[in-house]
Design a protein around this ligand. Structure first.
Ligand code: PLP
Length: 437
């Protein structure tokens, strides 16, 4: 059953939701538990980590109960089947973003995927193999980020610059929560080696015009890394259309298990990079004097991989494909529009980020006049509503907008209008509790 009924006096428009929220909720065991003395769990923190449907939990259990073995090692049947399950999931996850399987590298999460690229670029500067030096970063080079990056897409680049003597530059933000591209042509210039940009801000919800950044980067021969941690789970993505060189994302934010993330890279770029982590499974020939490395993706997957988690992520991709990513995106857009209208109707509430659903995803950050975000979060938690409070690992953003922190609600496939109504009622309850209305 889709949720369409309007609450009397609610004001905000409830268009029919594309996803069947009740049916989807039934797939998520955790959503049937209660919190804080028997209250329904209203989970509005999928941007931090998503809940897992039974299908993903079953896939991991199936792996451990039936085929558990180390993939790419051993000649026994289990090893063969584990390798098959791992590689089948790689192909499926690649197809989800329109990429061939040899361009999919499994990492622990988005953070590790970005660090992999950053370390590969500095390792390139000292690589003894000439074929690994093409993308070396050194003194005089520049790395460009934006002021809206999650720390995961900022600190690794700061550190790369410290290791290599390169300079970090960044694109600023407009007052309404968008990237300020007015100085794109000067910030991204002939010295730029790589531009790292988020596709969707985890704090503002802004969806960035990646095509403009890619176009400028191409003019100056710079690589582009897109942080898809908040976009891949929520909208259809095709890496060919995206036009970048790298796309990184985390399984745990897209209904999959923790402990698995993805680095997609254009094959010729991956192939020109030296490894980050080294050890077993990524070597071609090992001698005491030195070793040679496998081609991608194995070159970047040292050690026994997170096999069950990869299989679980494959099941998450099946689940999302069955829902349809177009519908997932439309579902969240409807909820976001509704939430923005509802919050706009509460005096004292200010949304930090774009005020409408144009080029905007389902992360709604706000402040409530006279109440610290942590206190807002506390009152909501008492009501069974899980939101995130703080700087959301994007400290420069809260600084840019002159607030100490925000309260953030994020939506996903099981979110319904009732969840957004609960949030709005909870904010009013906080205002009453702290006597600000
Ligand atoms: N980038 C963005 C935009 C994020 O929202 C997050 C996590 O919230 C990350 C990167 C880091 O993801 P992870 O902690 O899974 O590595």
């Amino acid at each position: 059953m889709t949720q369409t009924a309007s609450r009397p006096g609610a004001g905000a428009q409830q268009v029919p939701l594309p996803l069947d929220v009740e049916a989807i909720r039934a797939d998520f065991p955790i959503l049937s538990r209660t919190v804080r003395d028997g209250k329904r769990l209203v989970y509005l923190d999928s941007g931090a980590t998503s809940q897992k449907p039974r299908q993903v939990l079953d896939a991991e259990r199936w792996f451990y109960e039936n085929v558990n073995a180390a993939p790419h090692r051993g000649a026994h049947q289990l090893a063969e089947e584990a390798t098959g399950a791992y590689e089948e999931a790689r192909a499926k996850i690649g197809a989800f973003i329109g990429a061939p399987e040899n361009e999919i590298v499994f990492t622990r999460n988005t953070t590790e995927a970005i660090n992999l690229v950053a370390y590969a670029l500095s390792n390139a500067a000292t690589a003894k193999e000439p074929e690994f030096r093409a993308h070396a970063v050194g003194q005089g080079d520049e790395i460009v980020v934006t002021e809206m990056e999650h720390h995961a897409n900022l600190i690794p680049w700061q550190q790369l610059c410290e290791r290599t003597g390169a300079t970090l530059r960044w694109l600023g933000l407009t007052d309404d929560g968008r990237l300020d591209l007015s100085d794109l042509a000067t910030v991204v210039n002939e010295r730029t080696r790589l531009v790292a940009v988020t596709q969707q801000s985890n704090i503002l919800g802004t969806i960035n015009p990646i095509e403009k950044i890619v176009a400028r980067a191409r003019e100056v021969g710079a690589l582009v890394l897109v942080d898809g941690a908040q976009s891949v789970p929520h909208q259809p993505i095709d890496v060919t259309a995206l036009g970048a060189d790298f796309l990184v994302f985390s399984g745990h934010k897209m209904l999959g298990p923790t402990g698995v993330g993805v680095l997609w890279g254009r094959y010729e770029v991956l192939d020109a990079l030296p490894p980050f982590l080294t050890g077993g499974s990524m070597i071609e020939v090992v001698r005491m004097e030195g070793s040679t490395f496998m081609p991608p993706p194995q070159r970047f997957e040292a050690g026994i991989p997170m096999t069950a988690q990869v299989v679980g992520l494959g099941a998450a991709v099946d689940y999302l494909n069955a829902l349809g990513m177009d519908k997932v995106e439309a579902h969240e857009r409807a909820l976001t529009g509704y939430a923005l209208e509802k919050l706009a109707g509460i005096p004292g509430v200010t949304v930090i980020g774009p005020p409408d659903t144009v080029a905007r995803g389902g992360a709604v950050s706000f402040t409530v006049e006279g109440i610290h975000p942590h206190d807002v979060g506390q009152v909501l938690d008492d009501l069974g509503i899980a939101v995130r409070v703080g700087h959301h690992c994007a400290w420069p953003v809260v600084r840019r907008y002159g607030v100490p922190a925000t309260t953030r609600a994020t939506f996903y496939v099981h979110t319904g209008y009732d969840d957004v109504d609960a949030l709005a009622d909870g904010i009013r309850a906080a205002q009453k509790f702290f006597g600000t209305v």
